[in-house]
Design a protein around this ligand. Structure first.
Ligand code: PLP
Length: 275
């Protein structure tokens, strides 16, 4: 059993508080209305991604400072699902190295166009066992491991010359039916089994709390994850990653101890509507 900690009070204000003087501009503010998406030139694309990256870095910096943490303790994972190779390349050229993809086929389609970039690829979506080989071969990390059978396949299928695949176990922290992940009570046992697999390296846990809950409950979910992470680290010293926080809640996640925020919309703008 993991103890349930109390969420930190300042976490309850989740809204970013970047002021005009903090930034030049940003095109990512989410409004209640449907985003207007129009084609933009490559130059404009690069400029808006550069602004967005600056803004996201500022948000991370401010949140870390408010939490009495160092900015470098929090890694930025750019979520590039639905984004084109041109958009990914633009962000990569601004210095962003780690990118997260949710869908195996979409990633396989994009990877060849980015083969010359030194990108660290993270798989962050639900993973069916029959697609594990492609992920074991083309990715550096998997954040969504939630069962031993999948972990065993990833370990068996990881090409030896690539070194161990980095693994986070996904936690379904708010017990949502629509989400993948295990309960916190199952973490210790699954982690122990994964840590014993030869071609995997257990790095930590990942979660997507229910975004529709009250700010104080969201903070509590993040705090519970932090407590589980600390416990896991005490059993497996190689564990160093608490992957939590997205565009709308990164401040709260950082306040509660996130070491890696996964950001899509705030970097690339609103995702295109599904066709
Ligand atoms: C697992 C996961 N993490 C992070 C994100 C990024 O979310 P956002 O665009 O709100 O930053 C997504 C987006 O779908 C996701 O699926």
């Amino acid at each position: 059993m993991y103890p349930l900690p109390t969420a930190r009070k300042h976490c309850q204000n989740q809204q970013p508080t970047i002021t005009d003087s903090d930034r030049t501009s940003s095109n990512t503010a989410k409004s209640g209305s449907r985003p207007h998406i129009r084609p933009i030139s490559l130059n404009n694309l690069v400029m808006s991604i550069a602004d967005n990256l600056k803004n996201v870095r500022l948000r991370i910096q401010k949140a870390a400072k408010n939490a009495g943490r160092g900015e470098t303790d929090i890694h930025l994972l750019a979520v590039s699902k639905t984004r084109s190779p041109d958009e990914i390349r633009a962000l990569h050229e601004l210095g962003q190295k780690a990118f997260g993809e949710n869908y195996v086929q979409e990633a396989l389609d994009k990877l060849p166009a980015l083969a010359d970039c030194s990108i660290e690829w993270h798989f962050i979506g639900p993973l069916q066992s029959n697609k594990s080989r492609a992920v074991a071969t083309h990715f550096d990390w998997v954040h969504s491991v939630d069962r031993l059978r999948l972990a065993e396949r990833l370990s068996q299928q990881r090409p030896a010359n690539l070194g161990p695949l980095n693994i986070c176990i996904q936690i379904n922290i708010d017990n949502e039916e629509s989400k993948s992940g295990i309960a916190l009570s199952e973490l210790e046992s699954l982690a122990q089994q994964i840590a014993a697999l030869p071609q995997l390296r257990l790095r930590g846990i990942m979660a997507i709390p229910d975004p529709d809950q009250e700010a104080s409950s969201l903070a509590q979910s993040f705090a519970n994850l932090k407590s589980a992470f600390d416990q896991l680290k005490s059993l497996h010293p190689e564990v160093d990653t608490l992957s939590m926080g997205m565009s709308d809640d990164m401040e709260c996640a950082i306040a509660e101890g996130s070491t890696q925020v996964r950001i899509g919309t705030a970097l690339f703008g609103p995702r295109p509507p599904k066709p």
